[in-house]
Ligand binder design. Structure first.
Ligand SMILES: Cc1cc2nc3c(=O)[nH]c(=O)nc-3n(C[C@H](O)[C@H](O)[C@H](O)COP(=O)(O)O)c2cc1C
Length: 190
């Protein structure tokens, strides 16, 4: 199995960075082959511009998009690691989806409507939040994210989500609780 970590956080001191490191370490220990796309690190441009549309109209993709699509083509399992910002993914990752998960690559349309093209791949989602789990459930945020991110985005493209792990209220819990979260992650075999 080939894994691709798609990571969206600008701060190397963040909890998400620690998550990325542990996931990489878990994959390494298990002898799994993986690549990492650190979207801030590579300076990925999230702006879906007219150049993208012009390329699409020619049945092509821009150079930076071809490169990212190749990473996905060569992977079996995509691992998305990011914080929840405004009850969504960070804009850089949203722009990555806008540009990389394009028509003809991630989905297609026939007389029955749209269908996903990434059906041979699976996805693991790891998210951190500021709000507590009880709020995510009480106010329907978790269900909203299930619909928009799991179903409306990755499911739409045919990806099978095999794990969606949340670490809640990360900035507001104790250091000890954060440490426990990382230990839990260390114990998860991917
Ligand atoms: C721009 C921004 C928007 C945020 N929006 C939300 C939100 O909608 N819901 C939530 O639970 N937390 C929100 N947070 C809190 C982050 O999810 C939280 O700080 C982060 O997951 C902690 O992980 P980190 O230390 O790796 O950044 C937001 C934080 C920022 C900076």
């Amino acid at each position: 199995m080939k894994y691709l970590i798609i990571y969206a956080h600008p701060n190397p001191k963040s909890f998400n960075h620690a998550i990325k490191e542990i996931v990489g370490e878990n994959l390494r220990k298990a002898g799994n082959n993986f690549e990492t796309r650190d979207l801030y690190g590579i300076g990925f441009s999230p702006e879906l511009s007219n150049n993208d549309f012009v390329a699409w109209q020619r049945g092509q993709a821009l150079v930076d998009i071809n490169r990212e699509q190749d990473y996905i083509r060569n992977s079996d399992i995509l691992i998305f690691i990011h914080p929840i910002w405004w009850f969504n993914m960070p804009a850089i990752l949203k722009g990555y989806i806008d540009r990389v998960f394009s028509y003809g690559f991630a989905y297609n349309v026939n007389e029955n409507g749209p269908y996903g093209l990434l059906t041979d791949k699976k996805a693991i989602l790891i998210n951190t939040t500021g709000s507590a789990e009880e709020n995510y459930i009480k106010y329907g945020y978790k269900e909203a994210l299930r619909k928009t991110i799991e179903d409306g985005t990755f499911g739409f493209c045919g990806l099978k989500i095999i794990m969606h792990k949340y670490f809640y209220a990360v900035p507001y819990v104790t250091d000890q609780a954060r440490q426990k979260m990382l230990e839990e992650l260390q114990g998860i075999s991917l």
